[in-house]
Write a protein that binds this ligand. Structure first.
Ligand code: AKB
Length: 317
């Protein structure tokens, strides 16, 4: 049985991935590691919780030793819009924190899952059908940390034999924990506001297409890649994975089918708009499909239907 540590366990992906890992490996075998934010009662009561700050290598190593961890899902990260507002913090968490995790993994022979992002691409990357291996010259601090992180993970595998694996996540849409400080957050907020107010003000321009994915597929991607036969992996880190691509009008039209009185207007945030414009319209994820059988279950209509159903119940309580 695996002994797992999740960093960033109270975040958008971590809060749901930790529960899925507890289901898979047994609750006591999965340690939720969070910084200061309080865990939800579900996360706190369903298994071990430790205060883990990835920038504190000693505390990180203590937790790995205490629980005899053999696999780390390293989700602690600063997202794109916050990284533009605070580049030193982004460097500290996304680079120094990752370096600490990889060093501890090397020392204690842990496998590591590290998410990269569509943010690892930039304006000179081909934007339509973005290939797995292509130009990566991002012009954001988030992107710089993500490209460096991809390379660092490859390096630790080649140089030290650490079993590093990862995907390039698109925007993740979910209904348990809100994302914090990303460029794709609008695609989550739109559902909350549609139910609460019947209207939403979008910070991205019409026509800004981005890759997106519903949380159940994001979790499946992490679990499936970590279970994949290493012999079949030609790439290891930073697999392109996507499930759908849409722009603000397309998601608004889908929401309107389910909330007929819904309306959307625009108030463009120049920082987020510039970031979004530098990212792919849609990625080619055939390497992930070929090497480890990646196949998403949700598209825009099925995701939107589920989001509205789940959030209608949640927000009516
Ligand atoms: C962000 O918008 O910063 C993230 C991402 C796509 O990496 N959701």
């Amino acid at each position: 049985m695996k002994r797992v540590l999740v960093t960033g366990a109270v975040g958008q992906i971590g809060s749901e991935l930790t529960l899925a890992l507890r289901e898979k490996h047994g609750a006591d075998n999965v340690v939720a590691g969070g910084r200061k934010t309080k865990p939800s009662p579900e996360l706190r009561d369903s298994g071990p919780f430790e205060v883990v700050d990835c920038t504190d290598v000693k505390a990180l190593e203590e937790t790995v030793k205490k629980y005899e961890i053999d696999t780390i899902y390293h989700l602690a990260a600063i997202l794109s819009a916050v990284a533009e507002a605070n580049p030193p913090l982004a460097w500290k968490v996304n680079i120094d924190g990752l370096y600490n995790v990889l060093e501890v993994a090397r020392e204690h022979k842990c496998a590591v899952f590290v998410p990269s992002s569509i943010g690892a691409f930039g304006p000179s990357t081909p934007q339509d059908g973005t290939p797995q291996d292509t130009i990566q010259r991002p012009n954001t601090m988030y992107g710089v940390t993500k490209v460096a992180g991809e390379l660092l993970c490859d390096y630790y595998h080649k140089r030290f034999g650490v079993d590093t694996r990862g995907v390039r996540y698109p925007g993740i849409i979910s209904n348990v924990t809100l994302p914090g400080g990303g460029t794709t957050d609008y695609a989550v907020e739109i559902f909350y506001e549609a139910i609460k107010q019947g209207k939403y003000t979008c910070c991205l321009k019409q026509g800004t297409k981005l890759d997106m994915m519903y949380m159940p597929d994001a979790i499946k991607a992490a679990l499936d890649l970590m279970d994949a036969d290493p012999q079949k992996l030609k790439h290891r880190n930073a697999f392109n994975v996507t499930a759908m691509s849409f722009d603000p009008e397309e998601i608004a039209a889908e929401v309107k089918k389910l909330v007929p009185n819904f309306t959307m207007d625009y108030d463009i945030d120049p920082v987020r708009q510039a970031i979004a414009a530098s990212w792919p319209n849609y990625m080619d994820d055939s390497a992930a499909r070929e090497e480890w059988g990646w196949l998403p279950a949700y598209d825009l209509p099925t995701m939107a239907k589920d989001m509205i159903e789940v959030l209608s119940k949640k927000l009516s309580g």
